[in-house]
Ligand binder design. Structure first.
Ligand SMILES: [Zn+2]
Length: 105
């Protein structure tokens, strides 16, 4: 079971990233960007998010992946994302009152 959740080899993951990014037309699928009809992200800046987290049994299949920007990814409620908060705060990617912006889904 553990095996299944192991991150794929880097080359495979790079291809997956690009495929998901193209499928999503480079657009962040997060709630804040959906509201604002924000433009597309460069592939390098796109975050590929596991909709069902790996820790909850989520898979690496395309149907479980989506494109997010760094801000939406950081603000998604998930213990796995907590590590991104301090850097994002420092760099102004998320505001000081980020706690009220945390989203689920
Ligand atoms: Zn976003």
């Amino acid at each position: 079971m553990k095996q299944r959740n192991r991150r794929p080899p880097r080359e495979v993951w790079q291809q997956t990233r690009e495929r998901i990014w193209q499928r999503d037309q480079g657009r962040c699928q997060g709630p804040y960007c959906q509201e604002q009809a924000i433009g597309s992200l460069p592939l390098k800046q796109a975050h590929i998010d596991h909709i069902v987290e790996l820790s909850s049994g989520g898979r690496h299949g395309d149907e479980n992946l989506r494109t997010l920007c760094r801000g939406c990814h950081t603000l998604r409620a998930s213990p796995a994302h907590r590590g991104m908060i301090s850097g994002a705060l420092r760099e102004g990617v998320i505001p000081a009152d980020w706690r009220s912006l945390v989203w689920e889904g």
